[in-house]
Design a protein around this ligand. Structure first.
Ligand code: ATP
Length: 201
């Protein structure tokens, strides 16, 4: 049987419960054998902000996905020097798993800007695009795509008003974040004193 491998990338700074909900829906909806969480080394889209360290983001993803069937932490982008590109990751996975079917799991906001990604037109050749759409929101094809827009699968996602930005803001304001990230990640953020400085400092 063809192995079905999902690829879920993000800065995960920190990872939160909306990420986990999205990942679960992807795993179940696409009947994935494994869903790989890939924290981005130095996301080129977010070069203007200091991220928590690779080790901290890796540890928090591990805590968030512990015990979940089919979820795997894949740290390859953290180990890369320089910016990390999804196209490189998909090519690596394709050669490591010959014959596997790859699925690139992304949020609708990222999908809208897909044309700006490195070698964007290669992405739908390497993987089936699976786009998480907020409840009731249509998925629009990527803007400025050269040629015919790529096909995509829709992952129906209940609304989760959670973002990593909001988690960081709450930590800096001294507010509790367990409801957004779960107890284990909240404890880790506290113990490691992450995100205490106000955003922009
Ligand atoms: P930030 O607030 O720092 O921009 P983020 O919460 O969007 O971060 P990322 O690590 O950048 O987190 O996101 C990884 C993926 O998860 C992206 O594809 C993003 O679209 C998706 N995602 C994040 N939060 C949600 C959410 N609440 N609902 C649906 N998708 C989400």
């Amino acid at each position: 049987m063809t192995r079905r491998i999902g690829v879920f990338g993000g800065s995960f700074d920190p990872p939160h419960l909306a990420h986990r909900a999205l990942a679960r829906i992807a795993r179940d909806h696409l009947a994935l054998d494994e869903l790989r969480w890939l924290p981005a080394g130095r996301p080129w889209q977010k070069a203007d902000r200091d991220l928590a360290s690779a080790a901290d983001r890796e540890a928090m993803v591990a805590l968030l996905i512990a015990g979940e069937a089919g979820f795997m932490l894949d740290p390859r982008e953290l180990r890369r020097s320089g910016p990390s590109y999804t196209v490189d990751t998909l090519r690596e996975l394709a050669s490591e798993h010959p014959g596997a079917e790859l699925f690139l799991v992304i949020g609708a906001d990222q999908f809208a800007g897909l044309a700006s990604w490195r070698e964007a037109t290669e992405l739908p050749r390497l993987a089936t695009l699976a786009v998480a759409a907020r409840e009731g929101q249509a998925v629009r094809p990527p803007a400025d795509w050269p040629g015919t827009a790529p096909a995509w699968r829709v992952l129906p996602l209940p609304r989760h008003d959670i973002s990593a930005t909001e988690v960081r803001r709450r930590v800096a304001a001294g507010e509790a974040v367990s409801p957004l990230v779960g107890d284990a990640v909240a404890r880790y953020i506290d113990q490691r004193h992450l995100y205490r400085a106000a955003p922009g400092h």
